[in-house]
Design a protein around this ligand. Sequence first.
Ligand code: GDP
Ligand code: MG
Length: 667
Amino acid sequence: MRKDVRILLVGEPKVGKTSLIMSLVSEEFPAVVPYRVEEITIPADVTPERVPTHIVDYSEAEQTDEQLFQEISKANVICIVYAVNNKTSIEKVTNHWIPLITENTDKDSRVPLILVGNKSDLVEHSSMETILPIMNQYSEIETCVECSAKNLKNISELFYYAQKAVLHPTGPLYCPEKKDMKPLCVKALTRIFKVSDLDNDGILNDNELNFFQRACFNSPLEPQALEDVKNVVRKNLIDGVHYNGLTLKGFLFLHTLFIQRGRHETTWTVLRRFGYDDDLELNQDYLFPPLKITPDCTTELNHNAYLFLQSIFDKHDKDRDCALSPDELRDLFDVFPYMPWGPDVNNTVCTNDQGWITYQGYLSQWTLTTYLDVQRCLEYLGYLGYSIIAEQESQAAGITVTRAKKIDLQKKQTQRNVFRCNVFGDMASGKSGFLQAFLGKNLERQKIIKEEHRSYYAISTTYVYGQEKYLLLHEVFPDFDYLTDADMACDIVCLVYDVSNPYSFEYCAKVFKQYFTDSKTPCMMIAAKSDLPEVKQMYGCSPLEFCRRHKMPPPQSFTCNSAAEPNREIYTKLTTMAMYPHARLRCMCTCNRCTFCLCQNLLNSELLQTVRTKLYAVVLRSFASLLNRHIIQEDLTSSSFWLRASVGATVFAVLGFVVYRVLLKIR
Ligand code: GDP
Ligand code: MG
């Protein structure tokens, strides 16, 4: 909203400018009038629109042309005053004042004009016949009003119209010649309709209308008022109401009606609530709410924002196949001024067999944007109307700024949900294959990716001890001399070499020695293309020996040249290492022989599952009999049965936890 409104009165001498101002202030007609009154300021709380208002007088006798021009350029709205009984003063409106104002104002900043016919007490007839053609000729004339400083007719109205012309200008909304809304206004209202159409069926039903009404005006519509609105639309438009709800056409028609009836403050209230400024562009303050991010922290979406994004997905996944077809995706981003996701996104997140972004992939891409460029995420959430639909203060309410990583390391635990893995490796060592395999694409499916559609990021979810976490892989361009601090900043490092290329390991060894020897970031060596015959690496020691010397897990064999989806195990390991950089999970071999592997397998084994079920049954039975001694036998539906069952379950849970702790200790 504006901070204040500046109203300037101009016109021929003696038409009553000074008298009008004095009548407004003192509520009586002044007998003696000076040439000019000093600027007066009306405090916000006594003006109808609650905005401080300055009223500025002009007198040819007291002021120079230069002063007049300055005042014109400072004004937010200009009242051109004439006397209804003075023909010359009316003629001067068009042949002097309007051209003079046009010359002295910016072409881009349109200053609204109001034509004021004073001294209406002196004549019987109205001057409207002469004025209306002028109004039609100049679109900058917002309105006209006839008044009298003498008998105080229409005085407060005049200043109210002036204020309104500034706060709720007709100009950007409506074209009087075409008697229709302007294209930008239609575009903005169409976006508002789409955002408010929560189920995306092209109709605002009663629920949606009520929500909209509450969001914009803080109060729901009475059922009768709702019917009245729909009836007005029905009467005037064939397809304005459909299935008892408002169509886009009906919605636009309603707003045209508001504007035509001089109620454009209604339309402005709606537009402003959805973030638009006076030029019908989305406000920067709306799109980029303040969000404090300290160094060493990352940005993630919180539960509330994910719920909102899920609802957006659901409303656009019309065929319910849990993926967005190109049409569905276009429809989803229809409320954006541009298409935010390019074809590279399809190679950054999981897609289905048709190459369409899946539900999981969609959430991953949002997670990625939030992590890499939170300002962009705020902007996007703004286009989707997050603050309005999720009833939040601003988009910033959907973002979690994580604790500094330093503190996570000190406390040896983290609440983060997104972990970044930077992938290093020489040209053609298999980095991209490693990234794409995380998205479930084997070599065959990777071959069809066009060069211009490839991505240097891949993000998806993995499960670490039953918790869903995002792993973000980033392929670092192998230009050894230009590795930046940003290239080093991550939660885990992957060093990829090609087992079939004897010169590929050297790069990994070099990167490690140069940048990561003393780093706290855990590193993992990936022996890529393991389906090809392994050759001896031309380096001082073997990769295995290198890893042993530098206390790294042994190189992890990896191939994406598989018939089915590539194995995902490595990604879980990476996420685990990123989450627990302290833990000495040195054995990453999956050899099925060492303690780690045995424990891991035992935890997942069928034997343990069976033991668990058996144990549960035994515990339940023994507790049931224990309780039976005290409680009179009742049938199974009675409360005592459920009491027994829940006690049994609790005991098992405690026991299970103890077993788990023991296993963990062994590991
Ligand atoms: P300005 O030069 O435009 O500021 O005009 P003034 O306010 O000085 O008014 C010029 C003369 O017109 C004064 O004698 C006022 O008393 C008179 N006047 C101003 N407004 C009205 C009005 O509404 N009705 C009548 N009858 N006289 C008015
Ligand atoms: Mg005067």
